[in-house]
Design a protein around this ligand. Structure first.
Ligand code: SAM
Length: 322
């Protein structure tokens, strides 16, 4: 515990210059407060909400409501009926980079999909004609399917493959690839959960390596002119800015996209556009997010959907409505 506390202090010193920011950050992790939950509407949003909603932020998508801390929307019958999905507002902030994508992507691949929050966000935002939700950990596939089904995401297909097995068969076919990467999960501390070893250098380096491997496979899936959204729920720069910098160097055909509504959350730890929500900002436990765009080969090919290999998907995906 003393070691964790020492590593946390060291992290705060690396990510903040201002001592009062450092202290507020450490305090948010050591004394977790209830976070404002959010709901993501997938079916009709009632004109009158059953709960008190907090005022919308200027950029907040119309299909998201931010609720007062302590609200438990998951217990409402509309949840069971699939009208909405509950998520942390940090996930809304991270997913909101999708708001900088236009026109709406038609083919979306979510490589790390369970339990389904980012896939559902992309569905609410774009209603893509193909939404491919992949989850490599087999025991997590069930909850992913259950959430997609409950929320009526009719065109989604679910896969249970390592991203490396998808990269080649579906190469350059996606308008948007989402990598909500497995990470050291440091922000779970701000929710009052225990995450042993989450500050340990070995944990950070193992997660950074895994994220690089997933991003390299994700890059292969993006078609020219398409997008790659990369996000985590951890604070360590080794897994966020440093992985993103590695990615931009390894894949020079990608550039980081400025997301205007997140400008105030620009990470001071990078010289390219990427964004940080910190746990002491009162909006959630914290997240990192960035949007990369693959350069179009020519303006004529910009956002023209490449033929999608439906046979591969048919063969390797679960029929969620079986
Ligand atoms: N996107 C999800 C959502 O919004 O509900 C949360 C995803 S969670 C942060 C990361 C996911 O990556 C987990 O479901 C985990 O099982 C999966 N994962 C773990 N190792 C992986 C790997 N090597 N490649 C791809 N995904 C992996």
């Amino acid at each position: 515990m003393a070691d964790a506390s020492r590593l946390l202090t060291r992290l705060s010193e690396r990510v903040f210059v201002d001592p009062s920011d450092r202290a507020a950050f450490v305090d948010a992790l050591q004394h977790p407060q209830p976070e404002p939950p959010a709901v993501l509407w997938l079916r009709d949003r009632p004109a009158e909400l059953p709960w008190a909603a907090l005022p919308s932020l200027p950029w907040q998508p119309p299909f998201v409501d931010r609720l007062a801390p302590g609200t438990r929307p998951g217990q409402h019958p509309l949840h069971e009926a699939g009208h909405f999905y509950c998520l942390d507002f940090s996930s809304v902030v991270a997913s909101s980079v999708m708001g900088a994508i236009a026109p709406a992507p038609q083919v979306v691949i979510d490589l790390c999909a369970a339990p389904g929050g980012k896939s559902l966000f992309s569905w609410a935002a774009f209603q893509p004609s193909v939404l491919l939700c992949n989850e490599v950990v087999r025991k997590r596939v069930k909850i992913l399917i259950a959430n997609l089904k409950r929320c009526g995401v009719t065109t989604a297909r679910v896969m249970n493959l390592d991203p490396a097995a998808i990269a080649e068969p579906l190469a350059h076919s996606a308008d948007l690839v989402i990598v909500d990467a497995p990470c050291s999960g440091q922000s779970l501390l701000a929710k009052g959960q225990k995450v042993p070893g989450c500050f340990h250098p070995v944990t950070l380096s193992r997660n950074a390596k895994r994220q690089k491997r997933i991003l390299a496979n994700a890059a292969a899936l993006v078609r020219p002119g398409g997008y790659l959204a990369y996000m985590t729920c951890t604070y360590a720069p080794e897994e966020n800015e440093q992985v993103g910098s590695w990615f931009l160097k390894q894949f020079p055909e990608f550039e980081a996209v400025e997301v205007a509504h997140l400008a105030t959350l620009q990470s001071p730890l990078a010289d390219w556009p990427c964004y940080r929500l910190w746990p002491h900002m009162g909006l959630g436990a914290g997240s990192f997010t960035a949007l990369f765009r693959c350069e179009p080969i020519s303006p004529a090919q910009d956002l023209v959907a490449a033929p999608f290999p439906h046979d591969f998907v048919q063969q390797y995906s679960f029929e969620i409505y079986a």
